[in-house]
Write a protein that binds this ligand. Structure first.
Ligand code: NI
Length: 157
């Protein structure tokens, strides 16, 4: 495993749309391992491939016991709303309140090529929504309803 360099706001790659992954090969497996290591090293709870300069639809999420790798994640349904103070590993100098769905229904493929449809709520919905935005070139600062001071303990992904 290896750490990858984080791309920061202003880097045009963060504004591009990522491509669907058709083959889950060794490069994808290594990328996902590196992304988990990079996320953990930077105290993040999620990371999307464009944040390490790769325009592929791959995200990692780490809020439960084990990090999840989600390939080609797609939000099928959303409901409810929640407002949470967010940060982003690609926008280290800003925090802000963002309105996100409370519940999601998400389909994704795992590293073994198996498809899963899951229902999420709370923080997991926030992170998946934030990461899928990254795959579409959207940053949380585009959606912020109130900028807040930058402080420790704010979730970053
Ligand atoms: Ni982010």
């Amino acid at each position: 495993m290896a750490l990858r360099n984080l791309r920061l706001e202003g880097d045009e790659i963060l504004r591009k749309k990522s491509r669907i992954i058709k083959n889950i090969n060794d490069r994808i497996k290594i990328l996902s391992e590196d992304m988990i290591e990079t996320m953990n090293e930077n105290d993040g709870i999620g990371l999307a491939a464009p944040q390490v300069g790769v325009l592929k639809r791959l995200i990692v999420v780490d809020i439960e016991e084990n990090p999840m790798v989600m390939i080609n994640p797609e939000i099928l349904e959303k409901s409810g709303e929640q407002i949470i103070n967010e940060g982003c590993l690609s926008v280290p100098n800003k925090n802000g309140d963002v309105k996100r769905p409370e519940q999601l229904k998400v389909i994704y493929t795992d590293l073994d090529g198996n498809s899963h449809t899951i229902k999420t709520e709370g923080l997991l919905s926030v992170v998946i929504s934030h990461e899928v935005d990254h795959l579409n070139g959207v940053l949380f600062i585009d959606k912020v309803i109130k900028e807040t001071e930058v402080k420790e303990g704010v979730v970053k992904s």
